[in-house]
Design a protein around this ligand. Sequence first.
Ligand SMILES: [Zn+2]
Length: 437
Amino acid sequence: MMRRLHLLAGVMGILLLPYPSAGEESDTLPCDREMRKTIEAMQAFRRQNQGRYPDSLSDLTRHGYLQWRDAACPLNRQGDAQADERANFISSRRLGGDRSGRYEYELSDQVVLNDGSRMFLPADPPPFTRAQLKGELLRRAFSEQVPLLRCDQHRSGPSPASNPDDGRRNATAYGTIYWSGLYWEQVWIADVPGTSRDLNVFYGLEGPPFYVDRAPALDGAIDFRPWNSAFGDVAWWWELPFFDEGSNRQRTPDLGPFFHHQQGMTRDLGGTSWWLNGLVQVQGEFSEAPGLNRYHQPTSQDHPPSRLDLPIKRHFHAASWLQGTLWTGSPGEPVGFLIWHYEDGTIERVPILYGVHSARFWCDEEQSRDEQLVRNLVSPVWSEHQTREQVGVERQLRLYQQRWTNPHPDVQVTSLDFVAATNSPAAPFLVAMQVTP
Ligand SMILES: [Zn+2]
C-alpha cells in the first residue's frame, strides 16, 4: 500500500516479526515493567475521570499518578534532556506534547492526522487526532491488539527483514506487551487487514468483526465467517477514500454497489444462488522497492498470505465460487489456490488463474486498454458501470465465477485452505462459495 500515510506510518503500522529469543526477552524486562506501570497509572486515571484517557503522559505525572521520571524506557532516562531527533509531527513527543524520552503515546491529543493524506480525502475533511482514531479502534473487536504505548529503544531485539532498526515494544490497554515493527498492524493482519486499521474507520468502515453473525440460510453454501476480513462495502484494501492522482484520482473502488450494505442474505447471480456475508482476502507478493508505482501493485503486506482449515465436512460433486483480485496479474498466472482436504488424506489443489478464472475487480480506461490485448479474457458474472460524475473516472466493477468438478465425490471433504500465490501481486479474494451435492 502506499508507503503510506507517511503521516501515519511513523506510529502505526510493517512486517511480521520473529519473536525474540529468551535472552533478548530478558533485556526488555525493566522496560516491560515500566510500561505496565504506566498502563496501570492510566487505568487509575480513567477511574477518576469517567473513563477518559489522559491527553498526554504528562497528565499522569502532573496529577501524581506517576513520578516525573516515569513513563519512559529505562534505557532512555539518561537521554531525557536530548531532543528526540526522530520526533516529528506524528509523534506525541513534540512541542506541546510529552517531553522527549517518554514512550510514544498513541492516544495523544497532540497528534493531528490528515494533512499528509489530504489528497486522498474528500474536500475539506475535518482535522482529527490520533486519539480520536485510536479511541474508535478501542471500541471495536480486537481492541485488545491496539497498542497504547510504544518503546522504540529496543532495537537490538527482533530484526524485521527490511529494517533492523524497526523493532518496537508495544503495550496494550489490557497490559499485554508484544514486539512489532514500525507498523504494528502487520502483526495482526489475520484478524484485521492493515488497511482497515486507521483512517478507513473514520470514513464508513464497519467492523471488525467483518460479518453479520448469521449462519447461511442456503443449502450448499460454505460459511466463510471464520475467515472473513472485510464487508467489501467500503474500500478494504486501501485505507483512504480516494485513490491515485491527477486525472486518474478516483473514489477508491469498493463493492458497495454489489453488497448495498446488505450482508447475511441470499442473492441469485449467474444461475446460482449465493450466500453473501462479507469477503475473504489473501495477499501474495508485495514489494517495498522504492520507485514502484503504488497505484499498480501492493507495496506492503496488508492481508494474510493464507486462510487455512475451514471446516467443510461434506460430500459434493461440484463447487462454484464468486471472486476477484485487488491488483492485476499476468494472464494465465496462478494468483492463488483452493486446497481441498479429504478424509482419506487426499488433497486437491485448484489454481485460480488470472484472466482465466478471475481478474481485478475494477477496470478503468487504462485497465480496459490493457485487457483488450488479452485473448479469451474471462467475462464477469456481475458488473456495474460507474461514471466520472460518481467516482471521478469511468470504470467498471466486476466479479467472477469459477466452477470446479470434484474428482472424488464419494469421499468426504473435511476442510479447505485458501492460499495466495507467493509470486503474484494480484491478491485474490472470495465473496461466496456454493457446493452441489
Ligand atoms: Zn524500552
